[in-house]
Design a protein around this ligand. Structure first.
Ligand SMILES: [Zn+2]
Length: 280
């Protein structure tokens, strides 16, 4: 899955550090990211030494480290001087780069984008309107006027493999850019357990009851800033699907030998489909 970058290790605890020449700088602009293209299939972020004459170091914010390499976010809005010197990939292009050699880069872009979105969504205090300040030691924004503390927000969601013997429900979303196959999924509502979310989403999306709900694995949700929890469950009762066409373009039962996709090595959804497919 996207977070599996072994033997490398992400350390995303906040540190109050300043960038040095070998550190990498992550620069977003309008749902795009600035990268250095080393070859057709190999990209990296610009190093501080390459761009320090083009940027104002006061606008750098420590992001995370991978092994011994530190990454910083450039928070200024005008990034044209850097974009002119490097390549720019849209996040849509980034999503399509599902190659092993791009995996670590993909995960770092997703994680950096999540933090970047949180910073740009939280410039001012929601209670009193004062400009927020960054804490010295933790990744938390604090209002100097009313002491409101704002921590990074992560939205929990579930991915659901509904099975019935040798069949599993697969679907395609309605009205979303992603047109491929998916398992059922949905966001957790306030006051719900994850298991209740599973029951509710399956009922809402395809109109069947489920039982024997088992947690499988989780995955950071990538560019969308979620945490995805994967669950398998079994059909309980009538197998007739009543598809919510506002949410789904279609949903149907697939037998193991009819499943049209394989584990892509990237997503929890496809790992779960692959896992179900193994149990012959
Ligand atoms: Zn305030």
């Amino acid at each position: 899955m996207i977070q599996d970058i072994f033997p490398h290790k992400l350390d995303n605890a906040y540190k109050n550090k300043t960038a040095t020449d070998n550190d990498y700088i992550v620069i977003f602009d309008n749902r795009s990211v600035v990268v250095e293209k080393l070859s057709d299939k190999d990209y990296r972020f610009p190093k501080y030494s390459q761009i320090k004459n083009l940027i104002n170091a006061e606008n750098l914010r420590y992001l995370f480290s991978v092994d011994d390499n530190a990454y910083y976010l450039y928070t200024a809005e005008n990034t044209q001087s850097v974009q002119d010197k490097f390549d720019v990939l849209s996040l849509v292009e980034v999503r399509k780069m599902k190659y092993d050699y791009f995996k670590e880069m993909y995960f770092l872009i997703c994680t950096a984008w999540h933090i970047y979105s949180w910073y740009t969504d939280n410039r001012f205090c929601g209670k009193c309107g004062e400009k927020l300040s960054h804490d010295k030691d933790e990744r938390v924004l604090i209002c100097p006027n009313c002491e409101n503390h704002i921590y990074p927000r992560i939205s929990p969601a579930v991915i659901i493999g509904v099975t019935n013997g040798d069949k599993i429900i697969m679907s395609k979303y309605a009205g979303r850019p992603y047109k491929g196959y998916a398992l059922l999924s949905g966001f957790v509502e306030v006051g719900e357990t994850l298991e209740q979310t599973v029951e509710r989403e399956v009922m809402e999306e395809v109109g069947v009851r489920v039982k024997n709900i088992r947690y499988y694995k989780s995955q950071p949700g990538g560019i969308d800033g979620n945490i995805l929890s994967g669950f398998f469950c079994e059909l309980d009762g009538d197998d007739t699907l009543k598809v919510d066409t506002n949410e789904l373009a279609f949903a149907k039962w697939f037998k193991r030998d009819e499943i049209p996709v394989d584990d892509d090595g990237f997503s929890l959804t496809f790992e779960m489909i692959g896992k179900f497919n193994e149990k012959v």
